[in-house]
Design a protein around this ligand. Structure first.
Ligand code: SAH
Length: 289
């Protein structure tokens, strides 16, 4: 999605002013103190450095490791506060699934964009990640995962597949709601970027693949959930075949006008389709580069 209506760089106040009234008072206090944009940018950049250098513990539970040493607490407070405001906006837009909102709150989105854009990381817009691709808008990331989790299995997801890793952000969010996450990217430098972004977070349950996601991953299928982060004119049949029975696939479909589609596999030979809402994604392309 493009945030064409927004002018960059936005000041932090422009970001936080949009925070709904439901943001706790304590949080708005933190956000107010942190108003100067340069301070925030510095704080976020320090946090970024801290997280990439930190020796973070691993855990058997899928989770994102908390940011590092005490000296970086103020940076982490600012980042946490702005991220909370982002999550509050996503909730206000209609996302209700508490597990998804918690996952969005846990993933440091600013670490997935280049440092110059870190102060923009928590606005509700897509942002450029190079190679004519974008990190998806927070709302749509949350919405797609919420829809995928609304299955007949109480939201339990064992194995999920993402087509279009990009910078790795959505894969990180998915890692907190699914036991195993597989993500495919067709642009080699972006596949490498996602690896570099995810490495310091030490997330044990993500597997990144370089390849054409339209072919899926037959060697690890079936998947309880599949998310396409790029829009095709239709969902490739191959991916439908790689869904488990009861599995859910969420994908943008269309060209100029795109809609979010939910496809559910109800039996070996039966799928149902529902159209959810308008959306805007980069195009799904075949082959690798
Ligand atoms: N999931 C990302 C969004 C990335 S944008 C996020 O967290 O924000 C969509 C990505 O899909 C782009 O990086 C693009 O290169 C990739 N893509 C498009 N067609 C693809 C295909 N056939 N296989 C794998 N990736 C594809």
């Amino acid at each position: 999605m493009t945030g064409k209506s927004k002018r960059f760089p936005l000041s932090l106040s422009a970001v936080v002013e949009k925070a709904p009234k439901t943001v706790p008072e304590k949080l708005s206090a933190i956000v107010k103190i942190a108003t100067p944009q340069t301070a925030t940018q510095n704080a976020l950049q320090n946090l970024s450095r801290a997280a990439s250098g930190a020796n973070l513990a691993t855990s058997t539970e899928p989770r994102i490791n908390p940011p590092g040493p005490p000296a970086d607490r103020s940076a982490s407070l600012v980042s946490d506060a702005v991220r909370k405001a982002m999550v509050a906006r996503v909730a206000k837009q209609g996302v209700k699934d508490a597990k998804v909102l918690a996952a969005m709150e846990a993933v440091p989105r600013h670490l997935f964009v280049e440092p110059a854009l870190a102060s923009q990381a928590y606005i509700d817009a897509s942002l450029p990640i190079g190679h004519h691709q974008t990190i998806s808008q927070p709302y749509i990331v949350a919405r797609m995962i919420e829809v995928m989790r609304d299955n007949g299995n109480g939201g339990t997801l064992n194995r999920v597949l993402e087509i279009g890793t990009g910078c790795g952000y959505q894969a990180a969010v998915l890692s907190l709601v699914a036991k195993e996450v597989y993500s495919i990217e067709r642009i080699k430098p972006l596949h490498e970027l996602a690896k570099a972004n995810l490495r310091p977070l030490r997330i044990a349950n993500i597997r990144l693949h370089y390849g054409d996601g339209m072919l899926g991953l037959p060697q690890v299928a079936p998947f309880d959930g599949i998310i396409l982060a790029a829009a095709g004119m239709e969902v490739p049949q191959t991916l439908l075949e790689q869904m488990s029975i009861g599995g859910r696939l969420v994908a943008p479909v269309g060209a100029q006008h795109q809609v979010l589609q939910l496809i559910e596999r109800v039996s070996k030979f039966e799928w149902t389709t529902a159209t959810l809402e308008d959306c805007h994604f980069v195009p799904l392309r075949s082959g690798v580069i």
